[in-house]
Every structure is written in C-alpha cells, then in structure tokens.
Design a protein around this ligand. Sequence first.
Ligand code: URA
Length: 231
Amino acid sequence: MRLDKYISHATGLPREYVKRVIRHKKVTVNGAMTKSASAQVAETDAVCLDSELLTLPGPRYLMLHKPAGYICATEDGEHPIVLDLLRDTDPEGLSIAGRLDIDTTGLVLLSDDGQWLHRVTSPRHLYAKVYRAVLQEPVHEDTVAAFAVGMLLRGEDKPTAPALCVPLPDNGAEITLNEGRYHQVKRMFAACGNHVVALHRVRIGAVLLDESLAEGASRPLTHEEMESFLS
Ligand code: URA
C-alpha cells in the first residue's frame, strides 16, 4: 500500500494533509526518514509519524439500512451509491456483501475483510436471505407451491432452489431465498404472473436489520453478528 494511504488509514487524516506531513520529513519507515508519499509499505513495516508508531485499524463490519434510489456499487457515474451514506466511516476499502436493486430497501452488509465478504456471499455457505415484498395482486397458493418446488427463470437452464413464500395481508409476502440470482425475487413473482411493487430485505443469515436504524443509517456489526458467518 502507498505510504500516504497507510497513514491516512491509520490516523483518519485526509490524504492531501498527509502528503504535506510526509514532505515535511515527519515520517519514518522502519527508522528511515522518507519524503515519498508514493513509497510502498507493508502492514508489517514500522511507520512512525512525529516519532509515534502508527497501527492500522482492524477490519470493519457494518450494516446499512439502504433507502431506495441508491446503487449497491463502489462507484457509479449516474446514481448515488450506498457508500455515500456512511457518516462516520471512511468508505475507502469497503465492499458490499450481496447487492440490492436500486429500488430495493433494507439490509446491506459492508466490510473491508475480503475473506468474510466471500463467506457471506459464497453459495457454498447458504446463508438465507429474507425479504418482505408488496405485490400487485394477492399471493396465490400456486405461487407458494412454485417457490417451494423451484422454477425455471427466463434465459436460465437451472431451476431456482426451493424457496419459502409466506403470503401476508395487503398483498404482502415474506420470501426466504438460499441463493442470490439477478433480480431473483422480482423475476420469480413475474414468472408466477404477479409484479413486485416494493421489496425490502430484513435478514441475511442470522443478522436482522436493526429496527432502530432509520433509512440511510448504518452501524458496526456486533461481534456476535460478525461471527455468525464464521460458524
Ligand atoms: N431480488 C430482487 O429481485 N431484487 C433485489 O434487490 C434482491 C432480490
């Protein structure tokens, strides 16, 4: 990693300020003064600022209550991205575990721990994802059966894995999926002749969307929440 990025990450200081500090000979790497912001340093190198040894913060694990209108991507030229919503967190290095459509709301998990992200999203680990949907028409028993058996979606050659669809009042439904295909909930209801009007994710694995989080707000995962994906 570049020296200026390392120091910015370790201290929270803006990169431009860090570059000035480096130019002013205040930084040493393994005891040697350096004026090069672009010098490469490893996590094992001893980086000191004003003679004080810096340490990189540990990995971060967050949940975010995604509002509609935001894209689950780390950059997009057209729409705001979910990383724009983070208030007290430097978005640098964070990635999203399991994307939601721009109009879908609810639980999004973020981290800079690549292995953990891989576990959360890997089909090998089968962490259930639970959604609440509002449909155009009431949910039929045939739809519940089709979700349970699995269905062939247009353009695909493998049927969906068995999924749970529980009808709720006012054209609602709670859907539990054990896989994550492109627009899966919307396409499954469309294949059953219905249309998703609103979609909200409430749970991934054992982690529930914190009801105290307003739309757009985020918080660090508790240790138990983070560890629930490691067992
Ligand atoms: N299924 C969808 O259709 N959209 C989402 O955002 C998530 C699951």
